[in-house]
Design a protein around this ligand. Structure first.
Ligand code: 8Y7
Length: 270
């Protein structure tokens, strides 16, 4: 999954893909680099990021989705927590709703169910503005597991079939470096049998802490984290640096037989 941010304040590529033309070019470029999923987002979830009005978010995302839909058969993902945008994005051709709130906003479960889209349910402790102040868990793995199990049940209750659901531990969302490392080490324990697991570590603060590098220079650290995640059972990797990650996965796949385009992965998205 390659990231296309249409936000002026996103920390890792702030402002570079604001114009629809540029966002479209970026999306087609990462597809050519080997991304199977294009994740389009118009609201930054960076800690401390300014909130975006719904209208602004819609105006950023929808034209890009519409234009992409007419140009590609790749899986189009919309990164949003807003029920109305879930509906509009589905009408514009989105295949996957990537919601960092795991459909907890009022009406989000119903909107996702009716959209017919697949959904990615991500764990987050707290909310983006304040989540990194003092994250706390007694056991981060079991708490993430319990949260995802509860959201999975909520989806089943509104008729979202398991075949449409992706789970994600939410690296960096209300988690210290130590929490992130524990989750990465024990990623296999987060898996739910039969459901694909998504991992997003690309350019995140933990990579910065480990390498001492700013976001734009976290490619090598991010690729290492992506490979570890793939080896620990992640089926989908959300990354900014698609070409680098795809090369690394080709090597891993040759050795271990796992990778971003495993059979397992393609089956869940009709
Ligand atoms: C994730 C994500 C972000 C992630 C999923 C960033 C939108 C922060 N991170 N969605 N979004 N998983 N599913 O650093 O880890 O890219 S935004």
């Amino acid at each position: 999954m390659g990231v296309v941010n249409i936000t002026p304040d996103s920390f890792s590529d702030g402002g570079r893909y604001l114009e629809p033309d540029q966002a479209l070019a970026r999306a087609l470029a990462i597809e050519a680099e080997g991304a199977a999923i294009i994740d389009v987002g118009g609201e930054s979830t960076r800690p401390g990021a300014a909130p975006v009005t719904a209208q602004e978010e819609f105006q950023r995302v929808l034209p890009v989705l519409e234009r992409l839909r007419s140009r590609t058969r790749s899986i189009l993902s919309v990164d949003t927590s807003k029920p109305q945008l879930m509906r509009l994005a589905a009408a514009a051709g989105a295949d996957l709703i990537n919601d960092v709130y795991a459909l907890r906003a009022p009406g989000a479960l119903e909107a996702a169910a009716e959209s017919g889209c697949a959904v990615c349910l991500m764990h987050m402790q707290g909310e983006p503005r304040t989540m990194q102040r003092s994250p706390h868990y007694s056991d981060v793995v079991s708490e993430v597991r319990a949260f995802l199990a509860e959201r999975l049940e909520a989806c089943r209750r509104v008729g979202i079939a398991d075949e449409r659901i992706v789970l994600d531990p939410g690296f960096g969302f209300g988690k210290t470096l130590e929490h992130n490392l524990t989750l990465l080490r024990r990623l296999n324990e987060v898996r739910v049998e039969g459901l694909p697991l998504l991992a997003g570590l690309s350019r995140k603060a933990s990579i910065g802490t480990l390498t001492g590098k700013p976001p734009g220079e976290r490619v090598y650290g991010s690729v290492a984290a992506a490979l570890i995640a793939a080896q620990s059972g992640a089926n989908i990797l959300r990354v900014h640096d698609v070409a680098a990650t795809v090369d690394a996965l080709k090597v891993l796949e040759a050795v271990a037989g796992v990778g971003a385009r495993s059979d397992n992965f393609v089956e869940v998205f009709p």
